[in-house]
Design a protein around this ligand. Structure first.
Ligand code: NDP
Length: 296
């Protein structure tokens, strides 16, 4: 079977090019979209993520600001930072990079973000709108998966979709997006998790199998139906003595074993990963358009 390798880098570049045009239109109307990222502490992965988000903003003309705070910051001080960003009219999007140090209440911080600036799509207001199928800021990773499928003409309508993983940022919002009675959705969705008994059997039923668990190469070929579409969200570091870094990134799917059985498959890296930032930029541009009350 001919397998199509889904190129998330290429699609995310296409999206960024489209966004650049929307940003130019906004700038022409006197509005510069703005994204503020709050970075607490010195977690190296968080620093890398925030820097790459800022760089991606700059490339398409979005103003970006990184607010760095020490890991000792109190809940009260962090509250003040978010409230200040809520008030600043030139800031269209606010994100607080996760994870926060353990003494801070991450959920309380999410609740503070003005839903109209919640470009990560994590605020319960936006999550609720997503669930009832209304326009909202959609959580970036699942939104990126929907967009990848749309651009590869993979129509989930009437298909059996199995998602492995029920996190609030991937599995659950993805389920909410895919069950809508809407174009690009309308699927029959099953969500598996660590309490699922016959996971291999359920995965094998899937026309579209989406792995978002954080467990390296968990999905093996005997769990994949012939001709299935396989989307791998997982990003796992595994030891690799042959690499100068000492590790390599792998997904939740055993790529080499599974690819032969699939009609479409995402690689790791280069599949879902680049889409997450593209959709963050997309939400930020949409927020700026809302400020100006123009249609995308
Ligand atoms: P979480 O740890 O929050 O959730 C993992 C989910 O997978 C949980 O629901 C858990 O079940 C389930 N799970 C884990 N192991 C098993 C197992 N052996 N059998 C069945 N279910 C299992 O992870 P995230 O959703 O945040 O992330 C998942 C993966 O996706 C990670 O590798 C992460 O790095 C990656 N990721 C990638 C992004 C991207 O941009 N490409 C963005 C976000 C995440 P239970 O609920 O029962 O514990």
């Amino acid at each position: 079977m001919e397998t199509v390798l889904i190129d998330g880098k290429k699609i995310s570049d296409e999206i960024k090019d489209e966004l650049k045009i929307r940003v130019e239109r906004l700038r022409g109307a006197g509005v510069v979209p703005g994204l503020a990222a709050v970075l607490v502490g010195d977690n190296p992965a968080s620093i890398t993520y925030v820097n790459s988000k800022a760089k991606a903003c700059e490339k398409i003309g979005i103003y970006s600001e990184v607010i760095k705070k020490p890991k000792e910051i109190s809940q009260k001080e962090l509250t003040a930072v978010v409230r200040d960003l809520n008030e600043r009219h030139e800031i269209d999007g606010i994100l607080v990079q996760s994870p926060l140090p353990s003494h801070l209440d991450e959920h309380a911080v999410t609740l503070l973000i003005e839903p109209g600036k919640d470009v990560d799509g994590f605020h319960p207001y936006n999550v609720g709108l997503t669930l009832i199928g209304k326009p909202s800021f959609r959580s970036c990773t699942p939104y990126g998966i929907i967009e990848l499928m749309r651009r590869y003409n993979i129509d989930p309508s009437g298909k059996e979709v199995v998602i492995v993983g029920r996190s609030n940022i991937v599995g659950k919002p993805l389920m909410a997006m895919l069950i809508q009675k809407q174009k690009g959705a309308n699927a029959t969705v099953t969500v598996c998790h660590s309490g699922t008994k016959n996971i291999a059997e359920i995965c094998h039923r899937a026309d579209i199998l989406i792995a978002a668990m954080g467990s390296p190469a968990f999905i093996k070929s005997d769990m994949v139906k012939d001709g299935a579409v396989v989307i791998d969200v997982g990003i796992n570091r595994v030891e690799d003595t042959g690499s100068s870094k000492g590790y390599k990134l792998v997904g939740d799917v055993d790529f080499e074993e599974c690819r032969k059985k699939t009609s479409f498959i995402t690689p790791v890296p280069g599949g879902v990963g680049p889409m997450t930032i593209a959709m963050l930029l997309s939400n930020t541009v949409l927020s700026a358009e809302n400020r100006l009350k123009i249609q995308p």
